[in-house]
Design a protein around this ligand. Sequence first.
Ligand code: GLC
Ligand code: GLC
Length: 814
Amino acid sequence: MRYGYFDDERREYVITQPDTPLPWINYLGCQDYFGLISNTAGGYSFYRDARLRRITRYRYNNVPLDCGGRYIYVRDNDTGAFWSPSWQPTRSDLEAYVCRHGLGYTTIGSTYKGIEAQARYFVPLHENLEIWQFTLTNRRQGSADLSIFSAVEFCLWDAEDDATNFQRNFNTGEVEVEDGVIYHKTEYRERRRHFAFFGCSEELAGFDTQRDVFLGPYRGWDNPTAVERGRSFNSMAHGWAPVGSHHVKVTLKPTETRDIIFVLGYHENPEEKKFDPPDSQTINKQTVKPVIARYLDETNIDTAFEALCDYWDDLLGILQVETPDVHTNRMVNIWNAYQCMVTFNLSRSASFFESGIGRGIGFRDSNQDLLGSVHMVPRRGRERILDLGATQLETGGAYHQFQPLTGRGNDRIGTGFNDDPLWLILSVVAYLKETGDWAILDEPVVYENQPRTEQSLYEHLQRSLRYTLDRLGPHGLPLIGRADWNDCLNLNTFSDTSGESFQTTTTKDGMIAESVFIAGLFVLAAKELTAIAQWRGLEDEARSYLDAAAKMEAAVLDHAWDGAWFLRAYDDFGRKVGSQECEEGQIFIEPQGFCIMAGIGLQDGLAEKALLAVKERLATPHGIILHQPAYTRYYLHLGEISSYPPGYKENAGIFCQTNPWIMIAEAILGHGDQAHDYYTCINPSAREAISDVHGCEPYVHAQMIAGRAAPTHGEAKNSWLTGTAAWNYVAITQWILGIRPTYGGLQVAPVIPSDWPGFEATRVFRGVTYRISVERAGEGNAVSLTVDGQPIEGNIVPSPQGDQAEVVVEAILG
Ligand code: GLC
Ligand code: GLC
């Protein structure tokens, strides 16, 4: 069953039924000011950091679902009836409800009792504010006398404190109202220089800023007293819960239309110019007023909206494809690229599954996110790499997370996830291949954010490798530490106390348990660093990395091949994890993907065998399961992985991020059909028809789809902020379609399904536009390339000389 449809032309997903299985959301903002918005106008906004600069409130895990948002009420003053055109919070019986989630904007509208209403929400580029462009049209025979009420609930900035520290927070809330603009200024009197504002283009009939006056005692957002009685209270918040609500009266003749603009935003003043007059406690509004005025003007809004659309056109224009498969096209050309940008912007901080206070920027996560976004935002990718590098420790280890506002490592989680440092190598490699900007390697980067500890980024990469080599276990395989990619395989935790963190509790000295996954990742990273050293003419270094890779590969072959697949790990007792010898958890997906991506087992048939085992044991129509069989009870020595009920999350769920590793492995072995089949199983667009089973948005990937052992097999959770976005993008674009940046030029090496006659692609690479057409002439994957009409050797298109802006590439496959 579907709840809407794709409008590919407009790059929108159109939702036609408001009660989707879960709130289906979109993101507003792409720089510093961000908002989440659901298909019924739920969600919240923040400036840069969802935890420390939360602008509006949202109640996670509340009932009814999706509480708190950007609400607009329409009231018929003749009858007293009122409703929300976005369905929530009144949930009235609307006609013609439509939500269009587009790139950086969302439009929600409906008709009720002959009044058509629609709001378009977006954040203009380079501004710290959001616009609600509200349009009303009277479709009645007679004229309509209406009242419009807006409503947001302000958060007192630190979202965690806001949700916990009521003895203080019920006293601190402060607002100002001036010229129809509501200013939220809690804590501005002391150490904050920022405030929020909420303006309206129309003359106000009234306003409210105290939530419980606006709503009335014991009422919810679905029937505020002010709206019910048709008149604001002009309340001023003194403590309790500050809100912003404007009341505007509108009379519309038949067919008449009226636009009302609301602007909600964030503003900072210099410390010495906080107040006006200076010895008062009144916000100095000199610099904010022109900003508000600019965006209450419709012409400027239209220009800003066009600029936003151009911004996304430019980003997505970097790679566009035309294949025989609509789901591939849609995801590559629009949604997967868009989701990659959202993960780049937000890491794992704020979604409808991530509260914005739990996690900041993850080291491993953000490095992987870069793989899917660096071609769109190379300059920002460079900054991100340098920021990530600066949270590395001198040992080469890394803070697992940091807060975006401060850039500082998160002490609560600390370090010791032994895979972390190696991901930095992969992100730097992706950046270098995309840009050719070798100078980044010489950038001085501090350790642990400490001044005067600078060393070159290249040295950081070397330390990343050494970190693994300094921590090898009894079989010469990397020690796992707190966990590797799989946060829940906690082989040193041994936690028997409920409530303890699996990730930070460490009972063992960590000198025994080893990870085959890290071994694979290490071999891949060491080979990549070898190539970098070779390109820089550092032959000795290149040789030493290659030796290290070979040694690790040998350790894998000697100690981590289980007969038909790669082992997952050795536990603290030196026993196998992910082996036929195990009672449960006999085979894991991660090492199969990563060992093969690292080139292990390609020559001797092991890779083929491992992939066969994956297909036989792990593949389902809903995607490939993390491991099998699921753990049916808690294993003290395995940790969180066995804490989940069978089939969910890391306990044998379909952890979608790992699936592209297998797609890539299949492509490496030349299996185009299999690679693309796996791709389709978890492609959200291809799953749209089973939206009632899948549950999450059909336009973005979810982290997890419940596995075979789960009673709800096929049900997705945790959409949007997941490494699934970047890795799927890499798998489909670089390995299946085979368009791959390399140091020496753009590689074209497709491994596509056998029944595809070919495909077309346009790729902008290092400032040059490549127009690529691929034509299948035979069944194999061998490529013959013609570049601007001339046949060339190999499959790498060299960068053109001079200022040639366009290159035509024809590839014959067979
Ligand atoms: C989550 C984490 C990621 C981890 C994965 C598997 O997605 O953000 O870092 O690799 O779970 O446990
Ligand atoms: C939990 C989740 C895992 C996530 C981790 C982050 O363990 O299962 O997916 O990576 O928390 O701390």
